[in-house]
Design a binder for this molecule. Structure first.
Ligand code: GDP
Ligand code: IMO
Ligand code: MG
Length: 450
């Protein structure tokens, strides 16, 4: 016979565990969406589950711009921030980033998160230049985690920190690097000891919130095409940011009512090496382009060409890395790629950002089909995985659909909507949010789709 308290346990309303993931090669505007959701929907905790200070998530509130690399974007609207065990933490960066929120924020950590030591950044710069990494030591930290030599958050206050540092040092010595273990211990203690009372095991910590009716928003970093498992390997980051991984790495499972929000730009960008099938190439004369030099270019004086369109996207989209300031490669929206990412993540609603950046183009295109030299084709089909990098290297063509452009989203809404309708029909998932500027107010929602 169940007691009354047991019955109330089973009938109690559980909280939601929704997730936001990037659907392209990162920088889709996840920070803006997470801030918008945190502000406008009832979430209690915003939890990040992967990556480290390679991420750069921008949140604009009034005149203030936050560029968050480790802290979940929900912290800006005062939500409880949780940095999960699947992350790799640069403690110095964390201490710096926390400063504006010092007094107001509630922040907790997963106890198995790995630490990125300063030497890892040097190793990353020296060993991984061919990938075009952010040089934040991300790959090194995940490598040492898999190798069982890494230092975790909970190790900072464990009795055997010294022996763990010795073991790490012997691994690094094999690779030609040496740790000053005394200095590293001091570094860990000075930046990390304060975190001890805020450190928990992810799964029980988050499940307790959900069981008490709290809603969790899970924040992905990067985008699916940078996934170690599902992206364009080896030109990827060193973690998996897919929605299934989001739940797994926080020790949670997805319920049917949980929502997966996928974010895409209305076009596409990528930083670093690797394929970008719909890329609009810039010639070498623009290889040193900076945000200052591009803003001085008068696009009206240039002949219409793919390069002029690329310059327009870079200029109006301010396509320079949030963290590294590197020029982002740009291109048309790639629907086969987008559909692949939507299927893999089981996305329930799509947010499309930077629609305003396309304003002013005579024509707007998007790719609808890949055609490879071996005769095969790809449209993001359910039954096929994303084509391998070598298939692209063997040669391919793209089929595009072109739309007439618009000058202004609100006065030319019918034309904008024609473009968005086509995307929604192709992907078969509702577009629930359209962003047309970095501010919170520059957002339209469509709960049932466009
Ligand atoms: P994240 O890594 O996915 O969070 O994206 P980033 O913050 O790295 O890059 C997105 C950039 O676009 C940021 O500078 C945002 O402020 C900006 N942004 C987001 N949404 C929009 C939009 O709808 N229009 C414009 N023009 N900028 C946007
Ligand atoms: P957010 O969360 C865009 C890219 C790097 C490089 C590759 C590997 O802001 O979308 P890494 O330093 O992770 O080993 O670099 O991954 N990359 C990103 N590109 N946005 C990001 O994060 C990225 N995080 C990593 O440019 O090509
Ligand atoms: Mg970013």
């Amino acid at each position: 016979m169940y007691s009354t308290s047991k019955e109330s346990h089973y009938t109690r309303k559980l909280g939601r565990k929704d997730v936001v993931v990037g659907l392209q090669w990162g920088d889709e505007g996840k920070g803006k969406l997470i801030d918008w959701l945190s502000k406008n929907q009832r979430y209690d905790v915003v939890a990040r589950f992967n990556g480290g200070a390679n991420a750069g998530h921008t949140v604009v509130v009034g005149d203030q711009t936050y560029k968050l690399r480790l802290l979940p974007s929900g912290i800006v609207s005062g939500k409880h921030a949780f940095l999960g065990s699947g992350m790799v933490l640069d403690l110095e960066q964390l201490n710096e980033e926390i400063k504006p929120f010092d007094k107001s924020a509630t922040i907790s950590f997963g106890k198995n998160a790995h630490i990125v030591l300063p030497i890892y950044k040097q190793m990353d710069s020296e060993k991984n230049a061919h990938i075009g990494t952010t040089k934040n030591g991300i790959g090194i930290a995940y490598e040492l985690k898999a190798n069982r030599s890494g230092i975790r958050l909970q190790d900072i206050w464990s009795n055997d920190l010294n022996s763990k540092l010795e073991r790490l040092n012997s691994t690094l010595l094999e690779r030609g690097y040496e740790l000053n273990t005394t200095k590293v211990r001091q570094y860990l203690e000075s930046y990390g000891l304060w975190m001890r009372p805020h450190t928990f095991e992810d799964s029980p910590f988050l499940k307790d919130k959900v069981q008490n009716g709290g809603n969790i928003l899970i924040e992905g970093a990067q985008g699916l095409m940078l996934s170690l498992d599902w992206g364009t390997y080896p030109y990827v980051t060193s973690s998996d940011m897919s929605a299934p991984s989001a739940y797994a790495s926080l020790g949670l499972t997805k319920s049917d009512s949980d929502q997966v929000f996928g974010v895409t730009k209305a076009y596409i960008t990528r930083v670093g090496g690797g394929i970008l099938p719909t890329e609009l190439h810039l010639s070498n004369k623009y290889s040193d382009l900076t945000s200052d030099t591009v803003s001085a270019i008068d696009l009206l004086t240039l002949d219409p060409s793919d390069e002029t369109t690329a310059l327009k996207l870079v200029k109006d989209g301010k396509e320079f890395g949030t963290v590294t300031k590197r020029l982002r490669r740009v291109g048309w929206l790639d629907l086969p790629q987008l559909k692949y990412a939507i299927k893999l993540n089981d996305v329930s609603g799509v947010a499309i950002t930077k629609v305003d950046v396309l304003s002013g183009l005579d024509e707007v295109s998007l790719a609808t089909k890949y055609k490879f030299n071996d005769g095969s084709e790809y449209m993001g089909d359910d039954t096929k995985g994303y084509p391998s990098v070598s298939k692209f290297e063997d040669g391919f063509n793209l089929e595009y659909k072109t739309f007439s452009g618009w000058d202004d989203i609100s006065s030319d809404w019918d034309k904008t909507k024609t473009y968005l309708d086509f995307i929604q029909d192709y992907i078969g998932i509702p577009i629930v949010l359209v962003s047309y500027g970095p501010k919170r107010s520059q957002t339209m929602t469509f709960p049932e789709g466009i």
